[in-house]
Design a protein around this ligand. Structure first.
Ligand SMILES: C[S@@+](CC[C@H](N)C(=O)[O-])C[C@H]1O[C@@H](n2cnc3c(N)ncnc32)[C@H](O)[C@@H]1O
Length: 245
């Protein structure tokens, strides 16, 4: 396992243990003004949580405009908030799946699922570079502040494309690089695990989406953060579609 991946796994194992005893552990890693608190009281009530367990940088379940009966996959599902909300939104004829590589996060998500009494949600152990679902098996892929953590973002975006049915859609909240970060920071595993160093420029993100086969990629930056060591990052909403064949 690479040093970066190890740092990511350790950080989120720690965050899961902290959330299991004390609720939220702060948003998108370092909580760098990334707008993680975009869940309404109503959202939380829907899944029986008194406070957000999001470590994300937005609310992809709103972005995805989910419909009853749809199948949804969340890449890097963490404590399970977006999966559980998606499950409620798609209703009993739909299903929400979450994939995450960190055992502690999977345990937390499963505990949250059981407490919320949500039946149409499944949390799976796996990586977002190699998703444990068949091709063309879901209508929507969502993700919240996770793709920036992957060292091979091209592989992740190819996997998202593979598991989507034709006509399916991608709706992601993620960090992007707006002004180059200091090279030492880009190499620091902690800064990577904190959702800072792994961010890539908007045009590079768009290029990866197009290379994977996605149509009409839209990337909208909604929150900008100055990085003390130099450079700027932003929280962005990213949408794209797998064209119908
Ligand atoms: C910043 S947290 C976000 C969690 C969740 N999406 C949320 O909004 O609260 C990142 C999550 O992604 C998981 N993760 C990071 N890289 C991953 C990878 N390559 N494959 C699977 N899971 C990954 C971590 O274990 C962690 O639970």
């Amino acid at each position: 396992m690479s040093t970066t991946r190890q740092a990511v796994r350790e950080r989120y194992a720690r965050a899961a243990r902290q959330m299991a005893v004390a609720g939220n552990a702060g948003c998108c890693g370092d909580g760098a003004g990334c707008d993680c608190g975009s869940y309404s009281e109503q959202d939380l009530q829907l899944i029986g949580l008194s406070e957000s367990v999001s470590l994300g940088c937005g609310n992809p379940t709103l972005l995805a405009a989910l419909e009853p009966g749809e199948k949804v996959l969340d890449l890097g599902s963490g404590g399970g908030l977006d999966v559980l909300l998606s499950a409620r939104r798609v209703g009993p004829t739909g299903h929400a799946f979450g994939v995450d590589m960190t055992d502690e996060m999977l345990e937390l998500a499963e505990a949250n699922r059981a407490r919320a009494g949500v039946r149409n949600a499944t949390f799976m152990k796996g990586t977002i570079e190699s998703v444990p679902l068949p091709s063309a098996s879901v209508d929507v892929v969502i993700s919240n502040c996770v793709i920036n953590l992957a060292e091979d973002k091209g592989a992740v975006i190819h996997e998202a494309f593979r598991v989507l049915r034709s006509g399916g859609r991608l709706a992601v909240a993620d960090m992007v690089e707006l002004e180059p970060l200091a090279p030492e920071l880009k190499r620091a595993p902690d800064a990577w695990a904190g959702c800072v160093a792994g961010a890539i420029p908007v045009e590079q993100y768009r290029g990866l989406l197009l290379a994977a086969g996605f149509a009409e990629p839209e990337i909208e930056v909604h929150t900008v953060t100055e990085v003390p060591e130099g450079g700027r990052i932003g929280s962005a909403y990213i949408r794209a579609r797998k064209s119908s064949v």
